[in-house]
Design a protein. Sequence first.
Length: 154
Amino acid sequence: MADFATVEDYRLVASKRGITLPENETEQQIQLDEALLFIDSLESRLRGVRATRDQEHAYPRSELIINGFSYDNDEIPYLVIRAQIELALEINSGTDLYAQHDGLPVTKERVEGAVEVQYAAPSKTEQRERDSVAMRLIKQLMRPVSRSIHIVRV
């Protein structure tokens, strides 16, 4: 699978942080591939549009502006490479990137035919602490959420 980050990039970041990766290079590549597929899964929410119709992954993109800087149609922003590495590190630590519970403490679980789970509401401080580096990077790649109100006059 084509990657934005290399296994060497991944190893370097892990080494600098004292993180142990699988010894097998194939397993390291699999973690990078899973991280790339997660980025691809967010494509409909990413800034810009695919640079070419038949490209394999969400990047490169045209009409891409991140933090006020535009990127060429054949350029992969460093932010994307860093996000892929951070996501791979989360996968390495056992994190399920697709988990929906968002790491909130469970306040209630009940099983009666259907399963019911209730999560605590996070404070703003807890939310910031829970947001991983990877998720903060991913949010920068996404389109801003429109907060405009559309009024329809009849």
